[in-house]
Design a protein around this ligand. Structure first.
Ligand code: ADP
Length: 397
């Protein structure tokens, strides 16, 4: 049997009105700070009581009584049915955990998250008690993050297309060139030897013409995707890497990766295309995570480090403790379409290498000394890392 709630024997004193008022003020302040309002709903009396903060969130006048019908008028039309079903469930005593939107009288769309449950104290009527948090800021931030992700994915696709075109152009141009050479030879021989093979000559000439036409198409495609000039700006590799890690945090967490970073202080910036460089870093980080997916029985550790290499190079490395690389594959990894993954395309590293080379740098892979896994690194000349000039030094004493 449950005991009636009573004043504990060792309670210091009864709670006075001043204490209650203070507790109320504190609670209201805590609700305001956390943007969380609360409500109680007495089913039997159809009485809905809202906290000040909940009225503020809904932009309701606290003096006006609240009813479920009134609240429903402000629920976003697309969320009305799920809201209605939840209210019905709550009335039947079911716990609620609901994300929904409202459109306030001022026309502002807010994202809310409501939780609540029915409580029954012996001798008292059951009430439904709940909390509603305004999560609009978090939603907006999530949406911005998703947009950034989508943009990054888009950039990756454009770069993929450009690499594909480059490799198609390379592959197809060679046979086309020899086709032209052979056909020209054929025409020359035919012209020298036969008494009357006019038709053969015409056909051969058509072959040449068509081959030229195909070649022109490919050249046009290539020209379309060749960047005239990469967007160059001063890029802080530490900052660029931090952004990439923030973007891929959930992926790394999902893959069970324990990430450590070591960012060199006072790292000189590099001159280049920030988005392209971030694409390379993202590719290295995701590859490292992929390489550790199958690792069981030990930690999946990854290090991202930046530093200087003599004399003027800035370096970024991603080290993992994954499956590692067979010595014969160390260079092949960078070939377009080389992949060991069932779902892989095998172009990430080839694009990454061409991006780094486009920045005057180099990208390479190495097996880890005395341990599992591999390290991928790139070096790019630092911006303004000119060798110390004699003239700028102070006079020798
Ligand atoms: P994809 O990831 O689509 O396979 P990539 O060009 O990015 O394309 O990588 C090519 C191949 O290089 C991968 O399939 C994998 O075999 C190998 N590779 C890349 N990164 C690593 C790594 N960190 N450890 C081991 N192998 C790797």
């Amino acid at each position: 049997m449950e005991a009636e709630p009573s004043q504990a024997a060792d309670a210091p004193k009864r709670v006075g009105e001043a204490d209650l008022r203070r507790a109320y003020v504190h609670l209201a302040e805590a609700q305001r700070l956390s943007q969380t309002g609360s409500f109680t709903w007495d089913f039997d009396r159809s009485e809905l009581l809202w906290s000040e903060e909940l009225c503020r969130i809904f932009e309701f006048d606290p003096a006006t009584p609240v009813s479920v019908e009134r609240v429903q008028q402000f629920v976003h039309p697309q969320d009305l049915s799920v809201f209605g079903a939840t209210v019905e469930g709550a009335a039947a005593g079911v716990d609620i955990d609901l994300s929904y939107r409202i459109v306030t009288a001022g026309g502002v769309v807010k994202h809310l998250h409501a939780v609540g449950h029915r409580i029954e104290h012996p001798g008292e009527r059951p009430v439904f008690i709940g909390a509603v948090q305004d999560v609009t800021d978090r939603k907006v931030a999530e949406e911005a993050l998703n947009k950034a992700r989508a943009e990054l994915a888009h950039v990756a696709r454009v770069a993929t297309l450009s690499a594909l075109t480059a490799s198609i152009a390379h592959e197809v141009n060679q046979p086309l060139t020899s086709l032209v050479t052979n056909a020209s030879t054929c025409v020359r021989m035919l012209a020298a030897d036969p008494p009357d093979l006019e038709l053969a000559r015409t056909t051969a000439q058509r072959t040449i013409r068509d081959a030229h036409r195909a070649s022109e198409v490919i050249q046009r495609l290539r020209a379309m995707f060749t960047r005239k000039a990469a967007a160059t700006e001063a890029v802080d590799l530490n900052e660029a890497a931090r952004e990439v890690l923030a973007l891929s945090a959930s992926e790394l967490q999902g893959a069970g990766v324990i990430l450590r970073t070591e960012f060199a202080a006072d790292l000189p910036s590099v001159r280049g295309d920030r988005v392209q460089l971030q694409q390379v870093i993202l590719n290295l980080v995701l590859n490292a995570a992929d390489a550790m997916r199958a690792v069981e029985g030990r930690q999946r550790r990854m290090w991202l480090t930046t530093g200087f290499d003599a004399p003027e190079q800035v370096r970024l490395s991603v080290r993992d403790e994954g499956t590692g690389i067979e010595p014969q594959d160390l260079e092949r990894l960078f070939d377009a379409f080389f992949t060991t993954k069932s779902e892989g395309m095998g172009i990430g590293l080839s694009i990454s290498r061409s991006i780094i080379q486009g920045h005057g740098g180099r990208l390479w892979a190495a097996s880890n000394d005395g341990g599992p896994g591999a390290t991928f690194s790139f070096q790019i000349p630092g911006d303004g890392m000119a060798p110390a000039e004699a003239g700028t030094k102070g006079a020798e004493r």
